[in-house]
Design a protein around this ligand. Structure first.
Ligand SMILES: Cc1ncc(COP(=O)(O)O)c(C=O)c1O
Length: 388
């Protein structure tokens, strides 16, 4: 499949230039058709043995595909419904003591803040803050100082920041965190499907990601990776039917040997099948082509945006330190004014972020085109005289 063929199958792209994949992605029509097919399949005979084989093959097959994409063992991956569930699995997987330290950054999503705020309230843990900055050397220096002054139990950071798109030096951070005896959780909501991921190379202990962003899956899909050697350490807080290898009436039970021990209860298989379809379509284009196109378009956007007077790019310039996200601000204009103008005058969908009135975020995916970037840049050139 070519990128153009993929684009042609995404209805939302006929409505607007879509730069909001990092918020919520438009799925290709075959993803929706697959979901409808599976809804019907499941509904035709939920207990019908003719369907059960196809149904039970679905989830392990998707896990195998995810494992291949992120270079993990399938036994290290579970399916869930979003990124935040993985954060909660880690947060509730420790026996916290008052005063235990967790390190977060000032770029985290509410899902990677509120989860920990909850533990501050419940158990009296302490949060220490890492300030994210584009100077990688300084960032690592600050992290080292923080880790040595306040040794944490967990460091929980976005691999790719939703605020500026900065891609953290994951392996160097993981080495540092381990050196200080802590465990690393990376939030991959903005990295999975946008940049190549290799769990062996990154060496984080936990990695959580969404399906409904850069992999164009249905809303309410996600995965969670636990390094095999951490599986027994992480206490499961919620389990139920399907988490177990065996159990008896006397209260004995054995959990699955895989990360699927954190799954329980009945799943929405239509949504899961839809995510598999999205993954298959991106695989048919080729992941290297997807990643290279994201890199090329993002670099093009940065080069062109940097020519606009009054516009400041907040994303690091080298692509190796960024991803598909580019954020900027224009002196004298709020993000709401810019986004409203872009949408109403040019049918370009960009977004702002909560608790920030000036930053505009572009999520540039391989489903975007150089022509869309050119149109966006032309629109922004026209908008700058509006700046007060
Ligand atoms: C960095 C980051 N983490 C977590 C989330 C939350 O994702 P989900 O809704 O899949 O839990 C987002 C969503 O935008 C995000 O950008």
């Amino acid at each position: 499949m070519t990128l153009q063929e993929l684009r042609d199958l995404i209805p939302a792209l006929k409505q607007s230039s879509y730069f909001q994949v990092g918020g919520i992605a438009p799925s290709p029509q075959p993803v929706i058709d697959t979901m409808v097919r599976w809804l019907n399949l499941q509904n035709q005979g939920p207990a019908d043995p003719r369907f059960s084989e196809e149904i039970s093959a679905l989830e392990p097959r998707l896990i195998d595909k995810l494992a291949e994409i992120i270079h993990a063992d399938p036994a290290e991956i579970m399916l869930n419904t979003n990124t935040t569930i993985g954060i909660n699995i880690v947060a509730w997987g420790f026996n916290w003591q008052p005063g235990d330290v967790v390190v977060l950054s000032d770029h985290e999503h509410p899902g990677n803040l509120l989860t920990w705020y909850n533990l501050v309230r419940r158990y009296g843990i302490q949060i220490r803050w890492l300030k994210i900055q584009n100077d990688e050397g300084k960032l690592l220096q600050d992290l080292t100082a923080l880790l040595s002054a306040h040794p944490p139990r967990v460091v929980s950071l976005s691999h790719v920041s939703r605020r500026t798109g900065i891609r953290l030096p994951a392996r160097r951070i993981s080495d540092l965190v381990h050196h200080y005896g802590a465990l690393l959780l990376l939030d991959g909501a903005q990295s999975f499907g946008a940049i190549p991921l290799d769990m062996r190379q990154i060496d984080a202990d936990f990695y959580t990601f969404s399906g409904h962003k850069w992999s164009l899956g249905p809303k309410g899909t996600g995965g969670f990776y636990v390094k095999r050697s951490r599986l027994e350490f992480l206490q499961p807080s919620w389990i139920g039917s399907h988490s177990q290898k065996s159990f008896d009436a006397a209260g004995n039970y054995e959990l699955l040997d895989s990360a699927r021990r954190f799954e329980f209860g009945t799943h929405d298989i239509a949504t899961i099948a839809g995510w598999e379809k999205a993954i298959d379509m991106l695989s048919a284009v080729g992941w290297s082509q997807i990643f290279e196109t994201v890199a090329d378009l993002t670099s093009l956007a940065k080069r062109s945006l940097s020519q606009i007077p009054g516009l400041t790019i907040l994303t690091p310039e080298p692509y190796s330190q960024s991803s598909g996200i580019v954020t900027f601000q224009i002196a004298g204009l709020t993000s709401a004014e810019i986004c409203k103008h872009l949408y109403e005058q040019h049918k370009i969908l960009a977004g702002g972020l909560e608790r920030d009135t000036v930053m505009v975020r572009l999520c540039i995916h391989a489903i975007n085109t150089p022509e869309e970037i050119a149109a966006l840049v032309a629109a922004l050139h026209k908008i700058t005289p509006l700046a007060k």
